[in-house]
Design a protein around this ligand. Structure first.
Ligand code: NAP
Length: 248
């Protein structure tokens, strides 16, 4: 449906979960996909194998999104090699389940470094080639908890809400350059991140999900594919919820 033929994409945190599904979906639509990850090379190789099984192509691009020098070096080298970068999906992220009373300062910095600063570093490195091309798509993977709040996730929800402010600001800064910037806010999606939740918490989430089931990573990837497409050129600064009705 949406063709990404001749497009070059970078998906941060593409080794597992939602990032893997996004990587495979974009590659199936025709994009060459750089699959970023931090340490799990085996999982990233599995993503690349799935990309190839789907008839697509890509490459592994390991770096820690919270290290600005590593981000800049890896993205610059990748762009030099491929000649362009059309789509950046800021998906890499870490969860922090902690009540306000127990949150430690180092947990706040670690979460914000990965979830917020990481997205800004990647956008900063990607924006130069996108401006040269007069074309770009930046898609941020935020979370429904940025919109609804969630007890026990003060730091995580604040970091995901920061991505929405970043999305709106960059949308305004770069619209005139042919670059769109949008966010997707997933609800409860079946991945390693949510596997860690206790059964009682899972049941609680399901009770507040009108669709009545957990989401699949591919359902988030479908929203990203739309926002990454040429057809979404008049959509910018927006937040697209993929949450089974948790936030309406
Ligand atoms: P996941 O299964 O835990 O996978 C996280 C991915 O991010 C992995 O590929 C991991 O790489 C990578 N990563 C983490 N820190 C990184 C860093 N500093 N630098 C580079 N890569 C890093 O997570 P997920 O559930 O798929 O979530 C993906 C995104 O969706 C996250 O931003 C998350 O906050 C958001 N989200 C998830 C849900 C959900 O229900 N699952 C809901 C709303 C939003 P390694 O494999 O190398 O560790």
């Amino acid at each position: 449906m949406f063709s990404l033929r001749d497009r070059v994409a970078l998906v941060t945190g593409g080794s597992r979960g939602i990032g893997r599904a996004i990587s495979v979906t974009l590659a199936r639509a025709g994009a060459f996909v750089a699959v970023n990850y931090r340490g799990n090379a085996k999982a990233a190789e599995q993503t690349l194998a799935e990309i190839r099984e789907a008839g697509g192509d890509g490459v592994l691009l390991p770096f820690d999104v919270s290290d600005p020098e590593a981000v800049d070096a890896a993205i610059s080298a990748f762009v030099k090699e491929r000649g362009r970068l059309d789509i950046l999906v800021n998906n890499a992220g870490i969860a922090l389940d902690q009540l306000l009373m127990r949150v430690r300062p180092e947990e706040i910095s670690r979460t914000f470094e990965a979830n917020v600063a990481g997205a800004i570093y990647c956008a900063k490195a990607a924006i130069r080639p996108m401006m040269r091309q007069k074309y770009g798509r930046i898609i941020q993977i935020s979370s429904v908890v940025a919109e609804t709040g969630n007890p026990g996730q003060v730091v995580y929800s604040a970091s995901k809400a920061a991505l929405l402010g970043m999305t709106r600001t960059l949308a305004r800064e770069y619209a005139s350059r042919g670059i769109t910037v949008n966010a997707v806010t997933p609800g409860f999606i079946e991945t390693d991140m949510t596997d860690a939740l206790p059964e009682a918490a899972r049941e609680g989430i399901l009770r507040t999900t009108p669709v009545g089931r957990i989401g699949r990573p591919e359902e988030v990837a479908a929203a990203v594919l739309f926002l990454a497409s040429d057809e979404a050129g008049y959509v910018t600064g927006q937040t697209l919820g993929v949450n089974g009705g948790m936030h309406v």
